[in-house]
Design a protein around this ligand. Structure first.
Ligand code: PMP
Length: 403
């Protein structure tokens, strides 16, 4: 037995004080926030609030220290070589748009970007928009029926001498499959193809070491890792970062501005125009510091055990079809029902205080490939209990009997 005290963890999340019976299984959409994060944001506003990087007074120094401290925390958490490799963004979506608008703009018409079928729209649409602007070509990477990357197809696509970037999720938000990023990076780099990893669904669950993974870009959102909304991260490996042009212009990102011509600051400031989301960055730093105090392997074991309970239970209920059968997954299950629409089932669950998500999960190409219209997704997190999973299972069985 592992020593993970889920009751003690759950007590740290005030949402459950206000909704004591809530069974929150929509964690892949966003996680709840621990008191450590809420307190850190409040403390920042009450004690340090000022603008960063340019003030000549003590609060400005304190705010800058807090903001840059959060950057250092993120760097430590994902083992970046330096804090400068951490660019703050609004979230995963903005991080990928940043990379498309900087690294992407350096590609030539006819260069190829390989995008897996599993991807969230945030890791598809920016590449399509880039293709329209510049003539780069988006190549779709197939998946296996189990929902894993088709490695043979990846080998094939990498034979092209024009393959410049592979955009791939660490874990799928729709079916949970975890990709072997290290092997994928090795393979891609043999062909001089860079790799962008969408870590939105991995960061709260898996240990992430960007240097061990060997990726060139790693992006994620704070709000899916117990942090605030409005803040996310683009990790950009330093040799690439040096040459990236700015993408948004304004304050903070310049060196000297004149009408004769403007010069730019070094990264990360060059890629962070305007006043940043300071309090949110501080909140993200607090979330990652809080996560780092926990036994991450016990946490993963807790989630894996709950997911095992969930999968076994789902298999024993007649009329449920589970989608995605990858060997390695994060702790979520996506399902459809023989005689009921996922939306109707979700309504019954909501009546019992069980929160899940239904729909295409912003992964329409994947849902289409699976030949369905959408799924009901139950996604687990650190504060979920065996009772949560048992209640979901019994309510699903009752609901399917009724419908
Ligand atoms: N990629 C994946 C895999 C996701 O799960 C999500 C959020 N559902 C995103 C990208 C987009 O994240 P955000 O909306 O926070 O920018």
């Amino acid at each position: 037995m592992h020593m993970f005290d889920v009751a003690a963890i759950k007590q740290q999340f005030p949402i459950f004080d206000h909704h004591p019976d809530l069974v929150y299984l929509d964690n892949a959409a966003t996680t709840q926030k621990p008191r450590a994060v809420l307190d850190a944001e409040r403390f920042y506003y009450e004690h340090h609030n000022a603008n960063v990087h340019r003030g000549a007074h003590r609060l400005a120094v304190a705010a800058t220290d807090a903001f840059e401290g959060a950057r250092a925390t993120v760097a430590r958490f994902i083992n970046a070589a330096t804090s400068d490799e951490i660019i703050f963004t609004r979230g995963t979506t903005e991080a990928i748009n940043l990379i498309a608008n900087t690294f992407g703009e350096s590609l030539l018409a006819g260069d190829e970007i390989i995008v897996s079928t599993l991807e969230h729209h945030a890791n598809i649409v920016p590449w399509q928009m880039l293709a329209q602007r510049t003539g780069v070509i988006v190549r779709q990477l197939n998946i296996t029926p189990d929902g894993e990357i088709d490695m043979e197809h990846l080998h094939e696509l990498l034979q092209s001498s024009r393959a410049r970037l592979l955009a791939i999720s660490h874990a799928s938000n729709a079916i949970g499959s975890i990709q072997d990023i290290q092997s994928i990076c090795d393979l891609s780099h043999q062909k001089q193809c860079k790799v962008l990893v969408d870590g939105a669904q991995a960061i709260a669950h898996l240990p992430v070491d960007v240097q061990a993974l060997g990726c060139d870009f790693y992006v994620f959102s704070g709000h899916k890792a117990y942090g605030p909304t409005g803040i996310g991260v683009a990790y950009i490996e330093q040799s690439l970062l040096r040459d990236l042009p700015p993408w948004q212009g304004g304050g903070e990102m310049i060196d000297v501005v004149s009408f004769a011509g403007t010069t730019y600051a070094a990264a990360p400031q060059r890629l962070e125009a305007g006043t940043p989301a300071i309090a949110q960055a501080v909140g993200l730093g607090a979330a990652l510091d809080w996560l780092a105090t926990l036994d991450r392997s016990a946490l993963l074991q807790h989630e894996t055990q709950l997911h095992h309970q969930l999968k076994q239970g789902l298999e024993s209920i007649e009329g449920i079809k589970i989608h995605g059968h990858a060997k390695n997954t994060v702790s979520l299950s996506s399902m459809t029902f023989a005689g009921a629409h996922p939306y109707d089932v979700a309504q019954f669950l909501d009546n019992k205080g069980i929160a899940v998500r239904v729909g295409h999960h912003c992964a329409q190409p994947l849902i289409l490939t699976m030949g369905i219209q959408g799924t009901l997704r139950a996604s687990l997190a650190i504060y979920n209990t065996q009772h949560d999973v048992a209640l979901l299972l019994s309510t699903l069985a009752e609901t399917l009997d009724l419908l």
